[in-house]
Structure formats: C-alpha cells, structure tokens
Design a binder for this molecule. Structure first.
Ligand code: ZN
Length: 324
C-alpha cells in the first residue's frame, strides 16, 4: 500500500463516519437547545413547550423575589452562552432589565409576557406606561403566552415545530382544566369573604378572573415600602369586615402581614394566616408545587379553604401536600 492510498482510505472512512453521525436520530435527540430562563414560571413554560428538545436552566428558584433579583456573575456567563434567554418582561425583573435589553442586541432573547395584547393588561399603579406583570396568576392570560414560546423555539429549531406545537396544545388544555377547577372551588367562598389580602399586590389578575377584591400591603412591586398608614387602614378594614384569614407569600417577608394580625388583635378581632401562597416564585424544583400547574392549584385550594369553601384535600389532582 502506498502512502497515497492510505490517505484516500482514511478520508473515505472519515466521510462515511460523519454521514452516519448526522443521520443518527439519537444524535439529534442528545443535542438539546440550551435555554436560560429567569423566573420559575417562565422556566416551567419553556420546559413544558420545549419538552425533550430543550434543557432549561432557571435563574430564580423557590422563594426568590424577581422584582429585586439582580443577575450574578455566573448568571451572566450562562445567559451569554445559551442558545436563547427567555425572561418575563413587563418590568417584573426590574433590576435585570438593562442587562437583558442589551443582551437582546447580540443574542436571541424573548420577553415572553411583553408579547401579550396590552388591551388585556392592567396599568401598573407605581410606574407610568407600565403594566401589572403578574399575568401567570390567571390561567386564561398565561395561556396567551404559549404561542410566543412555540414561535421562539421553532425559530431556533424549525424541524421540531410539530413537537413544540403539540406540547403547547397539551399545556393549554391542562391550564384550561385548572381554570375550570379554580372557578368551581372558589365559587364556594361566601360573597362577604371574597377578599384576598396578601403581602404585595400580585393577585390583581387572579381577582378579576375569579371575582375577588384584592389588597396588597405593598404595591405591585415589592420595591415600594408599605407605610404605617397603609397598615392602619387595612387593619380597620379587616376588623370592619370581620375577615377570617389573610395570606403570606413565599417570596416576600411576612413582617407586614404579622403587623396586620397584631393590629387586628389589638382591636379584638382574631384573624389568622390562611396559608402561604406562591406569588412570584414557585415551590421547590422537582415537586408538584414547583410547577406552574401545581403552584396555581396550591393557591386556589389554599385560598378557597381558608375563606370557607369545601375543597378536595389534595387539590385538583390529589397531588398537593396535606399541609397546603
Ligand atoms: Zn410581584
């Protein structure tokens, strides 16, 4: 064999090897899109739509407040290396906005909730020209974020469009079933108790969807501090309406809610904590409450039970922890 023949053979073997690699379905399946998402809710949505085509790293875990969160050094590295970054938008990630807008000039970046029709949104009470960002609280609104995620993933991987579209439809169907459950159990709360008093104003869209008056001690953003006047006004309201329960949130300090309870007790009205709600963060990763479907099931079931409705012990699917 001459040296020349040897080289030709090697090249042929190499080309055959590459062809086999490109044609192998397991190769395509292994190369997942690498997506970085900000909040737990966005992480869950991208995982639900992307299925086995994506690996999603969420930056904000259980108990993390997105209004106050600022990107770390390792977050910046992860976002810069990702195939795409998906964030909530609507000024929820107020401290990250400048960074993300800048990154969007260089990399594929999607502000998912910014794609919603503004006609369906409510104005932000603290910032002119901004909207209340807490749209995941109303399943019928959150559903409308699905097409933008399907489109963004399809742009990154056109051949998987059918997978993304099918996963998106499955998610929408589950969300509609969840909304029907919410209508059903929350209808059991007596009219005079349809008041949701929480640490900050995250439940506006929820209240509109299910017929509750909603009050937060802090405003739409947790960045604004609650004044003593605000707490005094709410104590008077609680006592006057004889409200049985108020709610703490997993991503907000319970200091103000406790001040409210003490204030009501001083006026002779015993109000209790009706439960801990997932407002801007979900439960721990890997649990049912660590999914959007589980977080809303938990909130709906906890609120309905604390305010006097009959609820199934484990929520819609029997999967909630007993202490919900
Ligand atoms: Zn919030």
């Amino acid at each position: 064999m001459t040296p020349n023949t040897s080289i030709r053979l090697s090249r042929r073997a190499l080309l055959a090897g590459l062809g086999a690699l490109a044609a192998s379905p397991s190769f395509a399946a292994r190369a997942r899109l690498n997506i970085v998402a900000t909040t737990g809710m966005i992480t869950d949505l991208v995982r639900s739509v992307g299925g086995d085509q994506v690996a999603v790293a969420g930056l904000m875990g259980a108990g993390v407040d997105p209004h106050a969160y600022r990107q770390t050094r390792s977050d910046i590295v992860a976002m810069t290396r990702a195939d795409a970054v998906m964030w909530h938008g609507l000024y929820l990630e107020a401290q990250m906005e400048d960074f993300l807008l800048d990154l969007a000039r260089k990399r594929p970046v999607l502000a998912v909730a910014d794609t919603l029709d503004p006609a369906r949104l409510v104005a932000h009470e603290d910032y002119d020209g901004r909207f209340d960002p807490h749209v995941w609280m109303a399943p019928d609104l959150w559903i409308d974020c699905v097409p933008a995620v399907v489109d963004a993933l399809t742009n990154l991987r056109p051949e998987a469009h059918d997978v993304f579209a099918t996963n998106g439809s499955t998610f929408v169907a589950e969300a509609k079933a969840l909304s029907a459950y919410a209508q059903d159990v929350l209808a059991g709360v007596p009219a005079e108790r349809r008041i949701l008093l929480t640490a900050h104003d995250a439940f506006g869209y929820f209240g509109t969807a299910y017929g509750f008056d909603v009050m937060g001690i802090q405003g739409i953003s947790t960045e604004s501090e609650a004044g003593l006047n605000r707490i005094g006004t709410l104590v008077d309201f609680l006592v006057e309406r004889q409200l049985p329960a108020v709610f703490v949130e997993t991503s907000v300090s319970d200091r103000n809610i406790r001040a409210l309870i003490e204030g009501a007790a001083a006026q002779g009205h015993q109000v209790r904590i009706g439960g801990s709600l997932f407002s801007d963060a979900m439960g721990p990763d890997g649990t049912y409450e660590g999914t959007w479907l589980g977080m809303i099931d938990h909130n709906v079931t906890t609120i309905a039970r604390a305010l006097g409705a009959d609820t199934p012990v484990g929520g819609r699917l029997g999967r909630l922890k007993a202490a919900a």
